[in-house]
Structures are given as C-alpha cells and as structure tokens.
Design a protein around this ligand. Structure first.
Ligand code: NDP
Ligand code: 1BO
Length: 319
C-alpha cells in the first residue's frame, strides 16, 4: 500500500516501499517521445512537486533530462530527494556491456548514481538492428551474466535498485531462479485498457513493486475519452487524466505519465488528496476491451526467421 508523507509545502505525497527498503514516489514523469525534456523535467520537479523521473538510453533524451535535473538541483531540490530511473537497452544486453552502458547513462544524466536501473526488454538486439529486425538481429541473452553485472552495480553503489520491464510470469520465474539480488521493480504496460492482472499478481506475490507505464494509454489508445473514465471524472470533478493516474495508484502501482505540457504535468500529479470510490474503481476495472498498446512486434518479431515469430512468442503465449 502507498505510504503518505507531507512535503515542506504541506502537500501530501504518496510513495511505495521497495524490497530494498528504499522508497519510490507514486508518480514519476515519463520521458519517452518527449519534445523538450529539459523544460518538462524542470517544471515537473520545481513547479509541480514531482520527485521521480523515468527515462531510458533508448529515448535519446538523457542529456536533456540531465539538464532539467541539474537545473532543479540548482533551484534548491536535493539530489537525495529525487528518484531517477533509467534502462539498459537491448543492444547492451551482454555481460561486458552492462557497466559501460550504465556509465554512459550516468554521464548523460550528469548523475553519480541512479535510483533504479531496469532491463528495458528481455531480448538482445544487434547494434543498429532494423525495425522489424532482420534475420539474426534478435536473440535471447545471457541472463546470469547480465544479472550478475546488474547486481555488481548495486554493490558498487552506482545504482540503488535494479529491476526489469516487459516481463512475463515465465520470465520472472527464470530470473528469480538465478537472482542473488532480487529485482525491486517490474515496469509494465498497465492501464484500464490493458490491466495485465497476471503480472501484477505475480509481482505482488514476490514482493516486487510494479510501475505502470503508459497509464493514459500512450499516444495510441484514447482512454481520456473513454465513457467510463469520463463519467467517473465528471462525478468526482477531476480530469480523465487524473482519474487514470489515481486508478493506477489505487491498484498499488507507481506510475509515470508523460506530457510535454506544463499544465498537464501539473494536473497529472494532483491526485494525492482524494480517492476513486470503490464502485467507480471497480467500473474502471471492468472495462472489457483489453489490448496491449506496446506489443514489441516492430522491435523483436521476425515472422519468417524468428526466433520470435509472433507477438505471442514475445509474451511466452501468456496473457
Ligand atoms: P502515457 O500513457 O503517459 O501518455 C502520454 C500521452 O498522453 C501523450 O500523448 C501526452 O500528450 C498525453 N497526455 C499527458 N497528460 C495528459 C492529460 N492530462 N490529458 C490528456 N492527455 C495527456 O504514455 P507513455 O507511453 O509516454 O508512457 C509513460 C512513460 O512510461 C513513458 O514516457 C516512458 O517513460 C515509460 N514507458 C516505458 C516503457 C518500457 O518499455 N519500460 C514503454 C513505454 C513507456 P502531451 O505530451 O502532448 O501532453
Ligand atoms: C522503444 C522503447 C519503448 C518505450 O520504452
């Protein structure tokens, strides 16, 4: 369950405890496809009260995110008050490339450590792989070798927590069988149009915190105008975006909505002083149409040569 603290301005902030004992703030700013990440990050931290930022090497915005964080620290926010996540891209998913990839990320972000480092997707890609990949450009990876390197980053205090994204229950079991340091966080697509209940349950059972990505349905799925979401928003006098973010937190997940617009960045975090009543929460949980927005097809599926010949292969034929 979320823990509530009060910030120096008297505002409520919710966070979740990780297995490691560290805390993750319930809402972070997403930065995938961000157009002006420097300003968004600065606005989020300094003007809107975010303390959690989600980025990745693959997003190509880490320099800008770093400038935004630096400006926020210059404005008086302590580094130790921030929770910064980044991710190891698929082309660096080999034992010898984990640490150099992290060092490049730290350099781009101008940080001495990350709060959380995640394996972005559980598949290895060749450098410069096409989308969709050509024959031989995608493969499984050295799980034990890579995870040991991730663990060493924790031991060397370069990252405080490690975790994964885009996993299945089967892959989680495979990782837990070899992990000496447990993954603290699993980041997955989760919103009312893709509740991903089995993964949420599997993570809860293993005390792994879940961060819900694409909580608003990303650019591709319009949950903002979904009739159930609109009805609940109207009833509670909140915006649909706020209802979607609040729904994620009430499910026990942290979440990382992205916006390029300062008014939306501010809107999306104003969700700590109210709750969605049980019946309305359940109505959102009952939205019938379920479909992934980000199924990995373009990144990893090669229909003729494999090794992943379909989206179902990517997700181990598990729903
Ligand atoms: P989101 O669900 O956060 O949706 C972002 C979209 O919603 C943008 O088009 C944004 O437009 C719009 N939006 C933002 N706020 C509002 C609002 N209040 N009302 C209406 N529209 C709004 O999608 P993302 O896919 O970006 O997911 C969030 C973050 O999760 C990513 O940015 C990334 O950090 C992470 N992620 C991680 C993945 C992984 O593999 N681990 C995969 C995908 C995402 P605008 O910017 O114009 O405001
Ligand atoms: C290609 C990266 C998907 C968003 O995390």
């Amino acid at each position: 369950m979320a823990q509530i603290t009060i910030d120096p301005q008297g505002e409520k902030i919710e966070s979740f405890a990780l297995l490691s004992g560290h805390k993750i703030h319930a809402i972070g700013l997403g930065t995938w496809r961000a157009h002006n990440a420097r300003d968004s990050v600065y606005t989020a931290i300094v003007e809107a009260g975010y303390r959690h930022v989600d980025t990745a090497a693959e997003y190509g915005v880490q320099d800008e995110v770093g400038h935004g964080i630096k400006a926020a620290i210059h404005a008086g926010v302590e580094r130790s008050a921030l929770f910064v996540t980044s991710k190891l891209w698929c082309s660096d998913l080999s034992r010898e490339r984990v640490r150099p990839a992290l060092m490049k990320t730290l350099n781009e972000l101008q940080l001495g450590y990350l709060d959380l480092y995640l394996i972005h997707w559980p598949f290895r890609l060749k450098d410069g792989a096409s989308r969709p990949p050509k024959a031989g450009e995608v493969s499984d990876f050295d799980w034990e070798g890579v995870w040991r390197e991730m663990e060493k980053l924790v031991k060397d205090k370069l990252v405080r927590d490690i975790g994964v994204c885009n996993f299945t229950v089967k892959k989680l079991k495979r990782l837990l069988d070899i992990a000496q340091i447990m993954p603290s966080v699993c980041q997955m697509e989760m919103h009312p149009g893709w509740r991903n209940e089995k993964m949420l349950e599997a993570c809860k059972k293993n005390n792994i915190h879940v961060t819900a990505y694409s909580p608003l349905g990303s650019r591709e799925l319009d949950l903002i105008h979904h009739p159930v979401v609109e009805r609940v928003a109207g009833k509670l006098n909140k915006t649909p975006g706020q209802v979607l973010v609040r729904w994620a937190i009430q499910r026990g997940t942290s979440t990382i909505p992205k916006s390029d617009h300062s008014e939306r960045i501010k809107e999306n975090i104003k969700v700590f002083s109210w709750e969605i009543p049980e019946l309305d929460f359940q109505a959102i949980c009952d939205i019938p149409d379920q479909m992934r927005v980000l199924d990995g097809e373009e990144l990893f599926v090669n229909k003729s040569d494999g090794p992943y010949k379909s989206v179902e292969d990517i997700w181990d034929h598990q729903i």
